[in-house]
Design a protein around this ligand. Structure first.
Ligand SMILES: *Cc1c(COP(=O)(O)O)cnc(C)c1O
Length: 384
């Protein structure tokens, strides 16, 4: 697609989008239809039934492919539906090596759903990507990473993982939800599949649940498309339209998420009641060198602990913030605050969670794009 000749900021606005052929509407219409009239059996305009294709979805999928530097994009009803489709590439007996700090829902679908179908998952530390080599067997078919991770903001070397995947005939899947293509494009670094919960930064306005896969290989695209059409986890056209509208401003939003994130990370680091601040932009972040190599900015996701490392201390902060809304999810224009130990990661046994650094007072921020002085004032009065 000629779209790939443009820079990202241009592609975000124009990629995939063509004036509507029937009216010239500059914005892609919402094709709210389930089927398409054929002139004679098999004589149609490329659209037969809306589980298989929808023109609003087609435009979004082409845009997604372009902004992640892939060749094919697929849209799903949610991020988890996209994950589900990737898992269905596997067969009983296959093994997957997974990074151990992971979105809770991904951990759940692997251990509670696909483990029942004879697929084996190994959750391992990937601070040093070479550790993956210790777990590869003849049955390993996939390496699954998320970087930066949720909520501990670990960074994994995508290029090193891709080399290991290639050498062992595995697929590398990279969940790029936290970074978005504005900060990092894993396909350029050798990943085979990029996965998104477009519910987060791509949609960007906390008004839609949506998922996406982007690949750069026609045969892999065909397999995933077959699974999607067979299993049916497709998005509605209105949701596709919302995501398409969201990505047009991804670059301006992400730029501000990065600026506000940096200011808040530095503010927290100097706060006498704050313990550790986890933000990938700090030079003493354990894998900052890798972040610097593979990312174009450091984003607005921050986690921090309190010196008083108790649930109560954390809950008291959560109760007092006014601008930072207490909620799950992330990546919207508004700032959110969350407590992983009692919310998103509550199902992980306490010992296990603390061993991995997810302590009782850990608070996660999704820094929005409001005025920075208002955000800092809010944290100031909440932390005390
Ligand atoms: C939210 C999220 C998902 C799941 O996506 P849904 O759209 O909620 O189904 C997967 N991975 C990451 C990193 C997420 O944050």
């Amino acid at each position: 697609m000629a779209d790939n000749n443009y820079k990202l900021d241009t592609k975000l606005i124009h990629a995939g989008v063509v004036p509507d052929p029937t009216t010239g509407a500059i914005m892609t219409p919402i094709y709210q239809t389930s089927t398409y009239v054929q002139a004679a059996p098999g004589d149609h305009k490329g659209y037969e039934y809306a589980r298989t294709q929808n023109p609003t979805r087609t435009v979004l999928q082409n845009a997604l492919a372009a902004i992640e530097n892939g060749t094919h994009g697929l849209s799903f009803g949610s991020g988890m539906a996209a994950t589900d489709a990737v898992m269905k590439l596997l067969q009983p007996g296959d093994e997957v090596i997974v990074s151990n700090d992971l979105y809770g829902g991904t951990y759940r679908i692997m251990t509670k759903v696909f483990a029942n179908y004879g697929i084996r998952f190994q959750f391992i530390d990937m601070h040093d990507a070479q550790n993956i080599n210790n777990f590869i067997t003849a049955n390993t078919k996939m390496i699954w990473i998320e970087t930066p991770t949720n909520p501990l903001l670990n960074v994994i070397d995508i290029e090193a993982c891709a080399k290991i995947a290639k050498a062992n005939n595995c697929l590398l899947i990279c969940d790029n939800t936290f970074a978005s293509p504005y900060l990092q494009t894993p396909l350029d670094l050798g990943a085979d599949i990029v996965l998104h919960s477009a519910t987060k930064y791509l949609g960007g306005h906390s008004d839609v649940v949506h998922g996406a896969l982007i690949v750069k290989d026609a045969a892999l695209d065909e397999k995933l498309r077959f699974i999607q059409n067979s299993c049916g986890a497709v998005p509605g056209p209105h949701d596709c339209w919302l995501v398409l509208r969201g990505i047009k401003t991804l670059h301006v939003r992400m730029q501000r998420h990065c600026e506000n994130g940096e200011a808040i990370a530095k503010y927290l680091r100097n706060h006498p009641k704050v313990g550790k601040v986890l933000w990938v932009g700090f030079e003493d972040h354990p894998n900052h060198a890798i972040a610097k190599k593979q990312m174009r900015g450091y984003g607005g996701m921050i986690s921090f602990t309190l010196k008083d490392d108790s649930m109560d201390a954390a809950l008291s902060v959560l109760k007092k913030t006014q601008l930072f809304a207490l909620a799950e999810s992330l990546g919207g224009v508004e700032s959110l605050i969350g407590h992983p130990a009692s919310m998103t990661h509550g199902s992980i046994p306490r010992e296990e969670r603390i061993k991995n650094g997810l302590v009782d007072s850990l608070i996660r921020l999704s820094v929005g794009i409001e005025d920075i002085s208002d955000l800092i004032k809010d944290l100031e009065q909440a932390i005390g």
